[in-house]
Write a protein that binds this ligand. Structure first.
Ligand code: CP3
Length: 336
């Protein structure tokens, strides 16, 4: 059993396993080198050999306890027939959502379209030592809807009118997404992944009265599915502040990633019977060594004697210095 699974399932407290969101990405020169030769991001995600190679880049450099497969949450809308493009400096751009195409999906076609992702997992698992986890992931339905329906206006605001106009389709879209996300989870498990993380990056922008509908219920259905197929699951409902408590009580995942707005002391006292993960602000890594170690130690001290996986409160930023990350990993690994 990997250290991470032992922490998630057995609530082991003998060590702090460590990995990072976006550990395979632009802060690594070896990633940028591959990326510069592969301008089409989706195509890169569908190149099994390169995807596996990128997944293993941080593993070859650092003493990490998990690899996370190099792919994207938007591969599911892509697999369901929506056009996805990544525009440099602007982020993802999806073609207009088409309900007819969306509803006409079938499992076989979807699985075939995403088969290079599963092949990448298979190749990676064979190259990864047994004590390391291979983490699969999906975007939660709400966060995918934000991109699929073009709800994003800017960093903090959503155009919910877009969604309200499509009110009648809401239920169908949520149900279909849960169905296909479950297929994607199971395919990744069969290919060799041993943990899954559900990213609900835009959960913090859901209106209060819709939390159940868009956040708790869809996450719960996916967590229940993971439990049914015996796959440990970590949830990350970013930006919901104190509602993390309600989320945990309803959804009950094996692991829960907190973001940088969650006070770790509050989390320790209020988020019980779960393996917590992450929390530290990725921007701390731009500070000097003294400040960084102070913050790292703060999390490790607070979560000493509870099941805790070291990670951050969001993904690594492209400006992160890999040598600084190496020191943080060393610090975590020598703590116990
Ligand atoms: O190392 C890993 O964590 C695994 C790979 C991974 C990527 N995206 C690769 C990627 C994972 C787990 C994701 C998840 C993802 N993708 C999320 C949830 C996590 C989060 O950040 O909140 C979201 C919202 C997306 C959608 C997405 N993908 C956006 C908004 C962008 C553009 C903005 C950005 O950060 O660049 C991407 C592109 C993307 N996905 C990159 C990588 C390495 C950068 C692509 C590039 O090289 O230009």
């Amino acid at each position: 059993m990997s250290k991470i699974t032992n922490c998630l399932i057995n609530k082991d407290t003998s060590c702090f396993p460590v990995w990072f969101m976006r550990q395979a990405g632009r802060y690594l020169p070896e990633f940028r080198s591959i990326r510069s030769k592969n301008p089409d991001f989706i195509k890169l995600c569908l190149d099994s050999d390169l995807s596996s190679q990128i997944t293993l880049q941080p593993i070859n450099r650092f003493d990490l306890d998990a690899a996370i497969i190099f792919s994207d949450i938007l591969m599911v809308p892509y697999g369901m027939g929506q056009d996805v493009k990544f525009i440099k400096g602007k982020g993802p751009k999806l073609s207009e959502f088409n309900l007819k195409i969306f509803e006409e999906n079938n499992k076989k076609k979807f699985t075939e379209k995403l088969s290079p992702v599963y092949k990448a997992i298979n190749i990676t698992r064979k190259k990864l030592s047994k004590e390391k986890s291979l983490i699969a992931f999906i975007g939660a339905p709400w966060t995918l809807i934000v991109y699929m329906m073009g709800l994003r206006q800017d960093k903090k605001n959503l155009n919910l009118e877009n969604l309200e106009n499509k009110n009648f389709e809401k239920k169908i879209i949520l149900e279909k997404l849960i169905e296909y996300l479950s297929i994607h989870i199971e395919n990744q498990l069969e290919a060799g992944a041993d943990v899954v993380q559900i990213f609900d990056s835009w959960a913090g922008l859901i209106p209060e009265k819709e939390m159940k509908n868009y956040c708790y219920n869809p996450n719960l259905k996916l967590v229940e599915f993971c439990k049914k197929i015996h796959l440990p699951v970590i949830c990350f409902p970013k930006g919901i502040n104190k509602k993390y408590k309600e989320f945990l009580e309803i959804v009950k995942p094996n692991g829960l990633n907190i973001d940088y707005d969650v006070d770790p002391m509050w989390a320790k006292e209020n988020l019980k019977n779960v393996c917590l993960q992450g929390g530290m602000d990725p921007k701390i890594l731009f500070e000097d060594e003294k400040k960084i170690f102070f913050e790292v130690d703060k999390y490790l001290d607070i979560f000493n004697n509870s099941p805790y996986i070291f990670n951050l409160g969001h993904g690594l930023l492209p400006e992160t210095n890999p040598d600084v990350l190496a020191k943080v990993i060393e610090r975590v690994n020598s703590f116990k």
